[in-house]
Design a protein around this ligand. Sequence first.
Ligand SMILES: [Zn+2]
Length: 314
Amino acid sequence: MGQVVIGVDLGGTNLRTALLSPDGKVLDRQKEATQAVIGWKQVVFRLIRNIQRLEAVARQQGMDVAAVGVGAPGVIQMDKGIVVKSPNFPDWNNLPLKDELERALCLPVAIENDANAAALGEQWRGAGRGIDSMILLTLGTGVGGGIVLNDRIWQGADGMAGEIGHMTLIPEGRQCGCGNNGCLEMYASARGIVRSYREALGSADTGAAAGITSEQVYQAARGGETVARRVMKDMGRMLGIGIANLINIFNPQMIVLGGGVKDAWDLFIGATQEEIMRRAFQVPAERTKIVPSLLGDDAGMIGAAAVALRAIER
Ligand SMILES: [Zn+2]
């Protein structure tokens, strides 16, 4: 019987589940709205139902599911598979997700932080294929990060490593949800871009820029609007400063940029590269390839499958 694994990306918005071959080919997949508001019991129930559906698909094709990997948002106690807390799931307090799933599925389950799983996914099957040290920055509503060093996720002593979005760039800068001021996320995320644009127009919450989306800022910049162009350039600079710090610390082979903001690549990447060359050491700065992600929204799910494979190989 052929062995396969299941990878799950448990996002605040979508629950993505896929059946993968051991070499990372997606054999089947499903996606549904997470609906975090229905409470943890219901979310876990749906998670189990989704996994069981794919298990049935595997069985029909004469394959056996060997393990399940789940990428979950928030603070996770890795060894025990406990979600300590999660911004997307307000009622998840010390939820023993690994135990809950293992009991229901009778399968080995491994839990990983979702951003770390996405980084591993890109390294395994995406932009970082064949590369053993790379960093993923997901520029979405916020800025997520994951660090893969020597083919392994760098989890840190508490499983909290890779919070690149909360690197301080401006000591007394914008107040961040994490409690710090001036985090990279406050400037290089979609939300940060919208805020910069509003501030540049001098209208914090009202007036011409109220209700504007990041896509509209990109569009305005592409149309040649001076303020929008400057906002995107400034965003690129902030990102470049953050990346220069990463290059000097980790000397990675590659930095992969994912998330919705990467659609505005042409509007910020020049300024990003300029800051990197200005601030990082020359040899590692020239080596580091800065590339867009290849897997997009699939990275977390595919990376979670890699986590499952590694858990059973150990
Ligand atoms: Zn922060």
